[in-house]
Design a protein around this ligand. Structure first.
Ligand SMILES: Cc1cc2nc3c(=O)[nH]c(=O)nc-3n(C[C@H](O)[C@H](O)[C@H](O)COP(=O)(O)OP(=O)(O)OC[C@H]3O[C@@H](n4cnc5c(N)ncnc54)[C@H](O)[C@@H]3O)c2cc1C
Length: 511
């Protein structure tokens, strides 16, 4: 059959949280209306999870793809800008370091800057160097509460990226408008049964409590932790990573905005987990991610409330999760996206990134309504690798700790996945990190976490010992000074927002 006579493919997206609306919006934008229809079913009564307020820079690509205008989007979602994550008390109590969206400068003689920093830092002949973070533009700006987009900067001061913090409920509503204007049909209703073809087992329709039947060819399961299609209907097993990632709960609470808007997320390690602080224009988002084996809900809530810097705006809400993922993300004619397919804890804000890359893979590997087994296998292979890489990176934050509480003692004695064991062995031997296929985090990110936590390698690469020490020190100090000067010229983050993308709600709330 030629393309002109092929019937339009009916995509049905089950669920209207961040995952559902991103999937629907991207499919509708990418597929010609003559070749596909996109219908999304969601239940207002069930609602969305409503957390997920910090992102990574990949989101800029999604925004560009969907034609989203940044100031409009930031204003509509009560958003702020994010240059990275400040880690407090990780590794040991009193430790503070920054994982920014940028590197430490151009390689010198083919070696990354952190190698030279390790050499000078180990030298006893001169005063200690400033923390490695100061050689990266994100921290130069973030430590001064400054922000300007990299496109507004020049040369080495432009060598960084940024992401956003936003209100998850406003974000889902914003994406809904984008998706509906791209042609997505939304149906309100609770799915109570799923129709399947007796022979092939493929899904045929969703049956709603209203009596409506929503028929489709390809079903995208975005039903959150319920995993209604991939998990409950198809029974795809869940690969549980609790051994490596012990946190299984979170207590979340919004609080009144306090002080200046920081252009970064803060993550503070606690006795049995860690606490996030996410600044929005109108309020601050706070949450305590914890391992329920080591602390009760009441204690976790008490620690959370103790660690917030404004007044709580609601009663803390407890959420439960199991870290891991479905053994297959795509089975038959069902593809799971978002929490329906898996979840790692939110330490590096990677869940929305995984939604984005999952949807991008659908567009790449699903040319028509007849999924090919080879392409399904490829989708599952790539997505599994991406999850494993992120798991290893998150685990690297935990496993080199020197904290002395039960959670941290256990984390330091875990039998690590072989992939991570190898990476850390290479780090220990020479301060380098080998990268594999489908890494989300490059070498500067690993160096930032490991050096930040003072997980020193036994030695640096001997080639870093070649340049004369004084010459090297001067060169590095000059870069640090140039970045600091460039950061001083940036506007304050607050001012940048109030000038370019202030939200109406935030102005009303603070008036
Ligand atoms: C504690 C915590 C903190 C997090 N922090 C971050 C973060 O900082 N950054 C980040 O990127 N991610 C974060 N995440 C993950 C993020 O929240 C999710 O990845 C994101 O919100 C997507 O959720 P979702 O759309 O998959 O599910 P949900 O938001 O739960 O949406 C599920 C949808 O399915 C619908 N649905 C379910 N059952 C039915 C039914 N029977 N009939 C009809 N509709 C149904 C619901 O109504 C809803 O519309 C965090 C998660 C947790 C648990």
């Amino acid at each position: 059959m030629d393309d002109a006579h092929r019937p339009a493919i009916r995509y049905v997206v089950a669920g209207g949280g961040t995952a559902g609306w991103i999937a629907a919006a991207v499919l509708a934008r990418f597929l010609a209306p003559s070749s596909a229809t996109v219908t999304l079913v969601e239940s207002e009564e069930i609602g969305i999870i409503g957390v997920g307020e910090a992102t990574v820079p990949l989101i800029a690509q999604l925004n560009a793809l969907l034609g989203i205008h940044e100031p409009d989007f930031v204003a509509a979602t009560n958003g702020t800008f994010k240059l990275g994550i400040e880690f407090v008390d990780w590794g040991s109590i009193g430790n503070r370091h920054f994982h920014g969206f940028g590197d430490f400068g151009e390689d010198i003689a083919g070696l990354p800057v952190h190698q030279y920093w390790l050499r000078l830092n180990g030298s006893t002949a001169a005063p200690p160097l400033a923390p490695l973070d100061e050689w990266a533009m994100p921290w130069a700006a973030a430590s001064r509460d400054r922000f300007a987009p990299n496109a507004a900067m020049k040369g080495e001061a432009a060598q960084f990226r940024y992401a956003y913090h936003f209100d998850a409920a406003l974000y889902a509503a914003y994406l809904r408008r984008v998706a509906e204007s791209a042609g997505v049909t939304r149906i309100e209703g609770r799915i109570h049964a799923v129709g399947r073809d007796g022979e092939s087992g493929l899904l045929t329709h969703l049956a709603l409590e209203t009596g409506q039947k929503v028929e489709g060819d390809i079903f995208i399961d975005c039903t959150g932790f319920a995993s209604l299609l991939l998990g409950k209907t198809l029974g795809v097993p869940f690969k549980d990573w609790s051994y490596w990632l012990p946190c299984d709960s979170a207590a979340a609470v919004p609080s009144t905005r306090a002080g200046r808007l920081t252009p970064f997320t803060r993550s503070t390690a606690k006795s049995a987990g860690w606490q996030w602080r996410i600044p929005l224009q109108s309020r601050t988002g706070n949450g305590h991610v914890f391992a329920s084996r080591f602390i009760s809900d009441d204690e976790a809530v008490a620690q959370l409330l103790d660690g917030i810097d404004g007044e709580p705006l609601a009663a803390p809400r407890i959420l439960r999760f199991t870290p891991g993922h479905r053994e297959r993300f795509w089975e038959g004619n069902v593809i799971g996206i978002g929490l329906a397919s898996g979840f790692l804890e939110p330490l590096e804000s990677t869940a929305i990134q995984l939604i984005q890359t999952g949807v991008a893979r659908i567009v790449e590997l699903l040319p028509d309504a007849r999924p090919e087994p080879a392409l399904i296998a490829e989708y599952n292979r790539q997505t599994t690798l991406e999850y494993e890489r992120i798991r290893d990176f998150i685990l690297a934050h935990y496993c080199r700790t020197r904290r002395d509480e039960p959670l941290w003692r256990e984390a330091a004695s875990l039998e690590l996945p072989e992939t991570l064991k190898h990476k850390l062995a290479c780090w220990d031997a020479s301060g380098r990190i080998p990268l594999y296929e489908l890494e989300s985090h490059q070498e500067p990110s690993w160096a930032s976490i490991l050096i930040g936590q003072e997980a020193w390698p036994k030695r640096y690469n001997p080639r870093a010992g070649v340049p004369p020490e004084e010459q090297l020190r001067t060169m590095l100090e000059q870069r640090r000074a140039r970045l600091a000067e460039a950061a001083e010229r940036m506007p304050a983050h607050d001012h940048f927002i109030s000038r370019t993308c202030a939200s109406d709600t935030a102005s009303a709330a603070t008036a």
